[in-house]
Ligand binder design. Structure first.
Ligand code: ATP
Ligand code: MG
Length: 426
């Protein structure tokens, strides 16, 4: 017995193209593995079979029994098992476990379809499409909620959020992505329970952050996260920066950057977490720079320290992989070099692996008066002309580099450039 389930059924009913296809079945993961050669079992917390068809991965989940804590569930473990590949079954992985706050640590107790439905998050995500006879099995009023564009948690919302606080972020994501309205009972507990997100493994929050911001509706996700108080739980330093700087240019820059990213997703162009985190952390980075004496604002060491501090703070909540954290650092380190190109050495910046991201950030900064627009146009032109013309452009620059210094805050201040060349290293 195999059903299409979850987001793909919902999206098809809405006339949207599903991002991926999830299958629910009464076959055990091991049986699925026997049936398909190109199959891998994944997940310890929630065991699944991944079946590969060319470039597509179909996620096949065995029906689960209901997930509420009940007698017979094992005692609370001290450890927090993270997801990961788990090819071997052992005693631990065939059970269900909760922590003291009611959070599900593991759910590998198998059941039937009419048990499986209750452990799904929203009614709109709990429709089963029977491939055999094209019927939709709806136990929870999901068809009606989709028609009404309503997002409603199955069961008692508070319990469901406690079981898995990520459901609060999923609510925000579907609100942003689908434009659904949150049912009042589903929305209400978020205010008081959002702090539970701090108990979620940071690697999972990283994955969820990418789904929120890099799948085509990032600008709306930002708006929803702020309105629901979830940004404060996910990235407190980012939220508090926006709270203390209402209507700032940096907020406009961030939103425009997210809109540009959304447009790239729509056009199927690549997007990167590096650029996303540079946008999100712009405010906190600027705040750290501004807390240093003004004469240091434009030094490379100041900029790098600020990036490191801001990233480190974010890392306590979201596991940002090192390569992206380093990318953010390089993007900001490039800003002074882009604002004050120095003769022919400027041309080498074009070869820098982060040039494109750094240049995109410069364009955004220039758009909002946080960097000199003439320098943004200079770099745009530089990329369009022949190598000979590039050299000429670089040569005519010499001597014009005593422009105001750079900082994420903006280069508008007229200030003597410190003698140090740290802000424009080569
Ligand atoms: P997307 O469009 O992002 O793929 P989706 O609804 O398919 O949305 P998935 O993360 O692919 O989301 O999950 C597939 C299905 O598994 C969901 O529709 C839902 O029924 C169930 N599910 C996923 N995550 C959870 C969760 N944290 N709690 C309960 N059910 C979940
Ligand atoms: Mg899906």
């Amino acid at each position: 017995m195999g059903f299409l389930v979850g987001g793909c059924v919902r999206d098809l009913l809405l006339g949207l193209t599903p991002k991926d296809f999830d299958v629910a079945t009464d076959a055990l993961p091991e049986e699925v593995k026997k049936l398909f050669r190109n199959c891998r079992l994944v997940g310890r917390r929630f065991r699944l079979a991944h079946v590969f068809f060319g470039r597509e991965t179909i996620e096949v989940a065995t029906f689960r029994a209901t997930s509420a804590p009940s007698q017979g569930d094992e005692p609370l473990p001290d450890t927090d098992p993270e997801d990961g590949e788990a090819p071997e079954l052992d005693d631990e992985s065939t059970t269900r476990a909760f922590d003291a706050s009611g959070r599900i640590l593991r759910d590998n107790v198998y059941g039937t379809i009419d048990e499986d439905v209750w452990r799904r998050d929203f009614t709109a995500n709990a429709l089963y499409y029977n491939i055999a006879d094209f019927s939709i099995w709806d136990y929870v009023g999901g068809v009606e909620d989709i028609a009404a564009r309503r997002l409603r948690l199955i069961g008692d919302p508070e319990t469901r959020y406690r079981e898995d606080p990520v459901r609060m972020l999923r609510a925000a994501r579907f609100e942003a992505k689908l434009g659904f309205e949150l049912d009042p009972d589903t929305a209400r507990p978020i205010t008081t329970l959002r702090e539970l997100l701090s108990a979620v493994p940071p690697a999972r929050l990283f994955d969820e952050t990418l789904k929120l911001f890099l799948t085509g509706h990032g600008a709306r996700s930002f708006e929803v996260l702020r309105r629901r108080g979830l940004l404060a739980a996910l990235l407190p330093s980012v939220d508090s920066w926006f709270v203390s700087h209402p209507g700032s240019l940096v907020e406009k820059l961030l939103l425009q950057g997210l809109r540009n990213t959304d447009a790239r997703v729509t056009e199927d162009k690549p997007v990167t977490p590096t650029f996303l985190f540079a946008l999100l952390l712009y405010g906190p980075i600027a705040a750290i720079i501004e807390a240093t004496p003004p004469e240091r604002w434009h030094e490379l060491a100041t900029i790098l320290d600020a990036c490191d501090q801001a990233v480190r703070e974010a890392q306590t909540h979201i596991a940002i992989p090192k390569r992206f954290a380093l990318g953010v650092r390089e993007m900001f380190a490039l800003q002074p070099r882009l604002e004050h190109p120095r003769g022919r050495r400027a041309l080498r910046v074009l070869e820098h692996p982060r040039f494109r991201a750094g240049y995109d950030l410069l364009l955004l900064r220039a758009e909002f008066g946080l960097a000199p627009p003439e320098m943004a146009s200079w770099w745009t032109r530089l990329q369009e002309v022949t190598p000979a013309e590039r050299e000429r452009m670089a040569d005519t620059l010499t001597g014009e580099t005593r422009a105001p210094p750079a900082s994420p805050r903006g280069g508008r201040r007229r200030r003597r450039r410190p003698k140090s060349r740290a802000a424009a290293p080569t």
